[in-house]
Design a protein around this ligand. Sequence first.
Ligand code: FAD
Length: 464
Amino acid sequence: MADYDLFVIGGGSGGVACARRAASHGARVAVAEHSRLGGTCVIRGCVPKKLMHYGAHFADMFKVARAYGWDLDEPQLDFERLARARNKEITRLNGIYIAMMEKAGVTVIDGKATIAGRSGDDFIVEVAGRQVSARRVLVAVGASPVLPKMPGIDHVVSSDFVLEEVFPQPERLVVVGAGYIGLELASIFSWLGTDTTVVLRADLPLRGFDEDLRHDLAAQLQLGGLKLKPHAMTECVEKTAHGLVVQTSDGPVEGDMVLFATGRDPMPSTRGLGLESLGVGMNKRGAIHVDEAYESSVPGLYAVGDCSDHAGHAFNASIHDLTPIAIAEGRVVAEALFNDNPHKVFYETTPTAIFSLPQAGAIGLTERDARARGLDVEVYRTRFRPMLQTLPDGQERITMKLVVDKASDKVIGLHMVGGDAAEIVQGFAVAMTAGATKAQFDATVALHPSAAEEFVTMYTPVGG
Ligand code: FAD
């Protein structure tokens, strides 16, 4: 008999979720983790980022406080204190993950695991200087930042550094890349008081998101002080006596710190794992091809989360390389293997947010994607000033947009730019998962006064 029913490589969102669920059904499970249990989300992603976002949010509130009667004498930020407090919380959460696995009866092995080969139907896994056998293997090794090869790349940092280390607040930051991670970190640093510029190749940030969301968020971020340098190809990074210079096709940009947020690939983690010699199929980014049960081309070897191709649903990595997706996929594997309960992840209404200031959020199809699929759609859109901005006479605006399939009347896309977008779109994701129609949105009584009520009070389609 194999040492384990399931060996999980990677103790991040997907690996931990699968291991715990499998153990709860009586499976003998081990997890190998070579960094810290909790993975990207807990250690260097969602959680530290959201804590920094909360830190930055104060600056936004201080700006309007006076109009609401508060006198605040020049509030000062201790940036390093914020970073240390953030790291203390991450250590606490890492401890909770360790305790959670112990309680679930999962064996946690510190070390980098590789698959050494097969022994009959079992897999042989090498970790921490020994070999163990497992009936099945789940690969949940995630993805890592990819830095392009160019002169001076050694001078730059990635999001891992920015969210894990304690360092003096840079006066000037250049962020190269305008996907959601780059944009969030740029916006957070900008509100924390760092003079921040985002260098992007396209005309707008957030490729893959709805055009109105991209346009209106870019405008709002610039109103808040963030600088965008569109249509700029980064050529190299130079170190000078005054800091760093990012040379672009549109001229130089200077900073004290340069952050590259130019994408994340599974390749650094999936390469060298022993997958090639087993014949596991992967795409050119190193993402493992899996079927609807997350089984790879090698029976008994599964993959979930950022290191997989999400069973072909990864049409937009920024929308599906997310913690709740990795968790849902991990649980599907455990339920199918150890509880005779096969089911599928419903990807179509995955809610997603950009934790910039202001925030943005989206569910389902963009207007462009819906039309590209040949759907006859009706679009509803509103732009308005949030009530919070009335007393200070602020310029912030909220954008809300619905994309409705005319044939079925279903709301197939929902997009928002504005405060609390993340909280708002999560609620609407339930309605859209249930297949809510525009008529049902219209029949829903508004909650007044709120921003969210505008989603149920848009009666006239754009151009209608
Ligand atoms: P991971 O969480 O990356 O876990 C993989 C684990 O495997 C790691 O701990 C790694 O150390 C370990 N590992 C790798 N190779 C080996 C090996 N050979 N042996 C042992 N261990 C190994 N998602 C959201 O939903 N919301 C957000 O707001 C959000 N913000 C993000 C912000 C940033 C800056 C980043 C980088 C990501 C963010 N994400 C967010 C994405 C989210 O973190 C990932 O989608 C999620 O963590 C993927 O989970 P996973 O289990 O696939 O991989």
